[in-house]
Design a protein around this ligand. Structure first.
Ligand code: COA
Ligand code: MG
Length: 308
């Protein structure tokens, strides 16, 4: 994928919480999702929609990718959500409880009818048994029919546990087959894929362990619920210094004149093939994008400036 923008940390905040929406603009986070769905009480839906759209339209999010999460297509709020959000101009719209290709295709159609910009992308929440079962079909058919708006999959692990009866436990072992299936589908169809949230936001060691697991399973990043989770997600989902050094060594080895026409070489007792050089080049690109993004963050106003 040529889009190397970092998406290690993706922070949700409820659309009706003005303080959180303000705060997101200062946090060292790669992407934000302003939520209109489960974190907003029924009587606050209209206010949340209004605040979310006003916040996005006002801008000031800088390097952060900005998404709004809509209520599910099966709810009474969906039509109003869709009618309002396109004009606010988010980078991404997150569709809740996607279960069929039609859920994505229908959102596409309505967004087009509302004159949404061509750059607007969709991420589909996969968080129900049917969504998990139909995921491949959703990725395949909605991409074919959708002028490529579908760009990502977000796992809703709380809803998956609730609707399946699975008890994830500490290591999420019972969820792993579904998490891996989502990563597999995402890679097969060129989509981004984000791990679910960790509810115990005061348990940072536990959160970091779950980030490491998500990284190992192949996710692009982790969805977050609290600012305290950002640092670990940014660190764990970035290539570490050893990996960068190793990648540089692989690229340098294949650049040697004696290796120019070789497919496989011996690098300090390890077989290294050209496919490893491709992975290494991607890792270097990712690392450079993160460094650029970190420099951008340093240029943004500090979280707690004087006068606060
Ligand atoms: N985004 C931005 N800022 C946030 C935030 C978030 N998700 N969660 C908390 N903050 C801010 C608070 O506004 C507060 O700022 P301040 O002290 O500068 O005023 C600071 O971080 C500390 O918040 P804290 O008191 O620790 O949190 P809380 O007890 O008020 O709220 C939650 C805890 C979990 C309810 C809250 O973090 C939250 O609503 N998270 C997002 C939930 C969500 O969107 N779920 C949907 C997807 S599963
Ligand atoms: Mg959900």
């Amino acid at each position: 994928m040529s889009d190397t923008r970092p998406r290690r940390s993706v922070l949700y905040a409820p659309g009706d919480k003005a303080r959180a929406l303000e705060k997101m603009r200062q946090l060292d986070v790669d992407a934000v999702i302003i939520d209109l769905e489960d974190s907003v009480a029924p009587e606050m839906k209209a206010l949340a929609r209004e605040r979310a759209c006003a916040a996005v339209a006002a801008g000031g999010f800088g390097f952060r990718e900005v998404a709004i999460r809509l209520n599910a297509r099966s709810t009474a709020h969906f039509a109003d959500d869709l009618a309002a959000v396109g004009a606010a101009g988010p980078d991404v719209i997150v569709l809740s409880k996607v279960e069929t290709p039609e859920d994505v295709i229908d959102a596409e159609r309505r967004l087009d009818a509302n004159g949404a910009g061509t750059g607007l992308r969709l991420w589909a929440m996969i968080e129900t048994p049917l969504g998990l079962l139909n995921l491949r079909d959703i990725a395949e058919r909605s991409r074919a029919g959708s002028r490529l708006r579908l760009a990502g999959i977000v796992l809703g692990t709380n809803d998956i546990a609730k609707d399946t009866g699975v008890q994830p436990g500490e290591d999420r072992a019972p969820l792993v087959p579904w998490l891996l299936q989502a990563v597999l589908v995402a890679r097969a169809y060129g989509l981004l894929v984000f791990d679910g949230v960790y509810n115990a936001f005061s348990d940072l060691p536990g959160f970091e362990r779950e980030c490491a697991q998500g990284r190992q399973l192949g996710f692009d990043g982790k969805t977050l619920i609290h600012p305290s989770q950002i640092e670990a997600a940014n660190r764990v989902f970035a290539p570490d210094a050893d990996a960068v050094r190793q990648a540089q060594a692989i690229i340098a080895a294949f650049a040697q004149p004696e290796n120019r026409d070789k497919g496989a070489i011996n690098l300090e007792g390890q077989m290294v093939e050209r496919l490893h050089a491709e992975t290494a080049a991607r890792l270097i690109e990712t690392e450079a994008a993160i460094r650029q993004r970190t420099a951008d963050a340093a240029g943004s106003p500090p979280t707690d400036g004087p006068g606060r």
